[in-house]
Ligand binder design. Structure first.
Ligand code: PNS
Length: 164
């Protein structure tokens, strides 16, 4: 039986920290599906869901066993559709733990077949988040090493459009 893992998130935008988790999990599982949440509660996203999917596809092109898709609603329903029982989450610091623990328990309560596996972030990315990337970009800071090079210009362009 092939092992399919789902790596869910908002990815607005994908960072090098996310990409590191995708690459490492692609070496462990037969297939990794990056699930981009279409979340109507999150007001003013930088990128639309389809743009985020396109950016992630671009930077994960080199991994044969990685797929990218958006989903709406409950993660466990998306997991069922994709025939996966494993959620991958990255943990950066103790501060992530409480929220992630709560989500893992809730998902397991909703479907007891679902397991959440946590992967510790690589130390060089432990400070990195999509929100901090957006702040740096908004004020014209250097994005080198924070996001994949292939998408840097897309982020810069978004902010110049917003400000222009
Ligand atoms: O990158 P994020 O915003 O921390 O990702 C959060 C995400 C997408 C993993 C989480 O919000 C999610 O799974 N949302 C779908 C709704 C759901 O299934 N909720 C029940 C678990 S609390």
């Amino acid at each position: 039986m092939s092992k399919i893992a789902v790596y869910p998130g908002s990815f607005d935008p994908i960072t090098n920290g996310h990409l590191d988790i995708i690459e490492r999990s692609s070496k462990i599982f037969d297939k990794v599906i990056v699930g981009v949440l279409e979340n109507p509660e999150k007001k003013n996203p930088l990128f639309s869901v389809s743009e985020r999917v396109e950016l992630i596809k671009r930077v994960t092109e080199k991994f044969d066993n990685v797929e990218v898709e958006s989903f709406k609603g409950l993660l466990i329903d998306f997991m069922k559709k994709k025939e996966s029982k494993i959620i991958i989450k990255g943990l950066r610091a103790v501060s992530d733990f409480e929220y992630e623990f709560q989500m893992a328990l809730m998902n397991n309560k909703l479907d007891s077949n679902i397991e959440t596996l946590f992967m510790m972030t690589s130390s060089q990315y432990s400070y990195l988040s999509s929100s901090s990337v957006k702040q740096v970009a908004m004020y014209g800071g250097c994005l080198k090493g924070l996001v994949p090079d292939e998408i840097t210009q897309d982020i810069i362009k978004k902010f110049s459009k917003k400000q222009g």
